[in-house]
Design a protein around this ligand. Structure first.
Ligand code: TRP
Length: 427
């Protein structure tokens, strides 16, 4: 459940709809689902087994199980964690602001155009979004230091089902809008003429990002698993829940985008502009809106916790730092990296690689996560080899019907497939 909480987050509700919109709709959806099924499920299990077998952070796991240069894969993961968290807190900060905008009514009365203008004005506003990112970072540090078990676990067990129900309500509203059919067609009917190498890279990046895969988060969570936990079933549940929530988010956003004549390729603002229009035209929309963004905040928090946890466990295991300074230092560095991300959304022109800082950080993760996944597949498939099956089944005491398929995917399908997707994306 903690891993599912890590997986379900902004990636599903904020990133998935806008990536789908920007990459042509149905074809992107199919590629994303393909990558989830072919690479995602197997790699989740691969990460979990590395964690459980070693009982360590990603660097320590690769060192103790493989040695040699393998710990570099762990270091890559810790670095990727910093990059993701740095822009994750920026978007999560937006959800805090939006709780306020829903309550004070400033985003409820308007039409699509004025809501879009308010969004742009807010994200380019300088200090406020930066401070909210900082606030979210503080919340994440507090949860990581306070322990996962007490507050956040209980809260999210209660709140995530509520989020699920709310998604269903909003889907009902969205698909019943006049003109929604065109959005459904866009989402579900593939138009292959819109597919190029870049679509592949985005789809694979999205698959990994959404599943929290490729940087050791699931190694870290796996390290807390008792030897008796059956892992293949857990991996299936994580994949199922995460994919379901992403699909629901697509059904919530895209029909409304078309019904209101918005641009599906608008980018990171898509969810934040579309939903307030939906709320504006609903009875008690302000309340629905507030509750929605509050739940999105919690979903983002359970994801951010898993990112920070990787960095903190690494620092605690591998350096002399104890948990508290480790969490504080990591939090400060992430926030420091988050500042240019936030400012690059209109306040200051901060570009790298010809993109604004936030887009560049997000694109970098689309690349780093599959690379991490590829290395993990090679490690578990070849370096550990058949031994990894024994580790999954706890020396044959648990059933794992698909062991042969799993090993075949890790050895051949995932390395070749991921390399092919990344290379075709670059070309
Ligand atoms: N999966 C989360 C989301 O969809 C984000 C996330 C949390 C993540 N931990 C991760 C992404 C580790 C990649 C790796 O919002």
């Amino acid at each position: 459940m903690a891993a599912a909480g890590s997986a379900v987050g902004l990636g599903n509700i904020w990133k998935f709809p806008y990536e789908t919109g920007a990459n042509g709709g149905g074809a992107f959806l199919l590629l994303y689902l393909l990558f989830i099924v072919v690479f995602g499920a197997s790699l989740i299990l691969a990460e979990m087994v590395l964690g459980r077998a070693s009982g360590q952070n990603p660097v320590g796991a690769f060192r103790s199980l493989g040695g040699g240069r393998w710990p570099l894969v762990g270091y890559l993961g810790v670095f990727t964690g910093f990059v993701i968290l740095s822009f994750y807190i920026v978007i999560a900060g937006w959800t805090i602001a939006y709780m306020g905008f829903m309550l004070d009514g400033s985003l409820i009365s308007g039409d699509a155009e004025s809501i879009g203008a308010k969004f742009s004005a807010f994200i380019s506003g300088g200090a406020t979004p930066v401070l909210l990112a900082g606030l979210f970072m503080v919340a994440t540090v507090i949860v990581v230091l306070g322990g996962i078990g007490k507050g956040i676990e209980r809260a999210s067990k209660l709140l995530m089902p509520v989020l699920f129900v709310l998604l269903l309500v909003l889907i009902a509203r969205s698909v019943s809008l006049p003109g929604a059919g065109e959005g459904l067609r866009f989402f579900l009917v593939p138009d292959w003429s819109k597919v190029d190498g870049g679509t592949f890279t985005s789809a694979i990046g999205q698959a990994f990002f959404s599943l929290s895969l490729g940087m050791g988060a699931l190694i870290t969570y796996g390290s807390y698993l008792p030897k008796t936990t059956p892992m293949p079933g857990s991996a299936a549940i994580i994949v199922g829940l995460d994919t379901l929530v992403a699909l629901l988010a697509g059904f919530m956003i895209l029909p409304a985008v078309f019904a209101y004549g918005l641009d599906p390729a608008a980018g990171p603002g898509l969810t934040f502009v579309t939903l307030p229009v939906v709320f504006s035209q609903m009875p008690a929309g302000a309340i629905f809106g507030f509750v929605f963004f509050a739940l999105l905040f919690v979903a983002a928090l359970t994801s951010a916790v898993s990112l920070l946890e990787v960095v903190v466990t690494y620092l605690v295991d591998e350096t002399r730092l104890t948990r508290r300074p480790a969490a504080l230092i990591a939090g400060c560095i992430c926030f420091g990296l988050g500042v240019p991300s936030s400012l690059s959304q209109g306040a200051v022109d901060i570009q790298i690689f010809g993109m604004d800082f936030l887009t560049a950080a997000a694109s970098l993760t689309d690349l780093l996560l599959p690379i991490g996944g590829l290395c993990t597949a090679l490690f578990v498939g070849w370096k550990l080899g058949p031994k990894s099956v024994a580790l999954v089944t706890n020396n044959g005491t648990q059933r794992f019907a698909l062991a042969t398929v799993w090993l075949f995917i890790l050895r051949f399908v995932a390395p070749i497939g991921i390399a092919y997707v990344l290379i075709s994306g670059m070309l």
